[in-house]
Design a binder for this molecule. Structure first.
Ligand SMILES: [Fe+2]
Length: 408
């Protein structure tokens, strides 16, 4: 007989007794915690895995990015590792979207959740929540408590509505008072979204730097209610953290070029790359934009070839460099494609001062508006006219003009 058998049998008998006794030992059903009526019910404290009394702090409030007619990106940061969940809905917080990748919830201090399946032109309330992750054990990871943001509201775009309105700023270059002043000025008037046309940083150093000099001030000023479109500038190509910027600034499909429709506006955002050839010594052989820009040109052509370019009252291109940047010699091709598609307006930055390049001046059949560093471009469209105003941060006027709808 195996020496351990009597001991094993005794254990089995004891376990069976305990299991049989459990129903009698358990609290009657009507005394079980009921989270619907018991204000002290705390599922986190009673979780079957180890839970610490540790709650993350939200160090960057929710920033909305790249809103479309059916979706939006929500980003926020916490001071410690946690998961990321957005509770949202039209009339109640009755839907959830999580930050997850390939079957695992994201765990970290930066949280990016894409909410999909929304209705065009509808307003939604939402609240972000992050629950602390203390230890990522293989089994029985250890958790903490949940922090929640205030409830805020946003509206999706609606390609079918008769009017649209947005504001564009650019080249804030790590100047926090500048971005606060610009966004506070924009906040005085309702807009569907704000476009930042690039160079929010001088060069990318770290997540903390990006948060401190751009993301957090922008999130605070926009109040989690107005979405931003981010257009990549040449300075976003530089620095030790440049290769990691995508998740913070990308549009929904993890690209820097994208197409959105807002009422009469067909918007095409392009990535105008670096401002010097790949071979320039300052890049030390680490830039290879030649093929990337050729692919960008092809994607620009595909975007312009879409039916919406012909049917939308106005097509507006958003980019950083008004000359399309360093393209390896294809600059005229970008202009030619835009001319062929009857682009109505190109809004750019990069130069740090206002310019209004009229049709014909640079081979362009459309005006090119270059927004200065401390200026706001306001664009307002209905089905017949597109009105543009550029103002300084004190509200004084720099330029204004109106474009009439063209036959396409
Ligand atoms: Fe620039």
């Amino acid at each position: 007989m195996h020496p351990s058998r009597p001991r094993a049998a005794w254990r089995f008998a004891l376990a069976a007794c305990v299991l049989l006794a459990l129903p009698a030992m358990a609290a009657p059903q009507d005394q079980a915690p009921d989270k619907r009526i018991d204000p002290f019910y705390d599922p986190e404290a009673t979780a079957p895995y180890r839970t610490w009394d540790s709650t993350p702090a939200i160090t960057m409030p929710p920033l909305l990015l790249d809103v479309s007619d059916t979706s939006v990106v929500v980003e926020w940061m916490t001071d410690s590792d946690s998961d990321g969940v957005v509770h949202y809905g039209e009339h109640a917080l009755d839907h959830t979207a999580t930050a997850q990748r390939e079957g695992l919830l994201d765990v970290g201090t930066f949280h990016r959740v894409v909410i999909e399946g929304l209705q065009p032109g509808h307003t939604y309330q939402y609240q972000v929540a992050s629950r602390r992750v203390v230890a990522l054990n293989a089994y029985w990871p250890e958790r903490g408590r949940t922090v929640k943001s205030a409830v805020a509201r946003f509206a999706t775009l609606d390609p079918a509505r008769p009017t649209a309105r947005f504001a564009a700023i650019t080249d804030t270059h790590e100047n926090v008072p500048r971005i606060r002043t610009l966004l506070d000025e924009i906040g005085k008037s309702p807009v569907d979204f704000v476009a930042h046309l690039g160079d929010s940083i001088n060069y990318a150093v770290s997540e903390q730097q990006l948060k401190n000099v751009f993301l957090a001030p922008a999130a605070e000023a926009l109040g989690g209610a107005t979405s931003m479109f981010y257009v990549r500038g040449n300075h976003e190509y530089r620095g030790p953290f440049a290769r990691a910027l995508g998740p913070y600034l990308h549009a929904q499909d993890a690209r820097y070029d994208f197409v959105r429709d807002d009422g009469p506006l067909h918007l095409i955002a392009v990535d105008t790359g670096e401002d010097k050839p790949d071979e320039t010594n300052v890049y030390a052989g680490l830039n290879d934009l030649r093929d990337y820009r050729r692919q960008g040109l092809a994607r620009f052509g595909q975007a312009l070839a879409g039916a919406r370019t012909r049917s939308a009252p106005f097509t507006v291109v958003l980019g950083h460099q008004p000359t399309w940047g360093w393209t390896g010699g294809d600059n005229a091709q970008w202009t030619r494609l835009a001319n062929q598609a009857k682009v109505d307006l190109f809004i750019a930055g990069h130069v740090h001062r206002f310019m209004h390049i009229k049709p014909g001046e640079w081979g362009n059949d459309f005006p090119i508006l270059v927004v200065g560093q401390d200026q706001v471009a306001w664009v307002e469209a209905d089905e017949r006219t597109l009105k543009v105003r550029v103002t300084r941060t004190d509200g004084t006027l720099v330029d204004s003009f109106t474009l009439e709808r063209r036959r396409k």
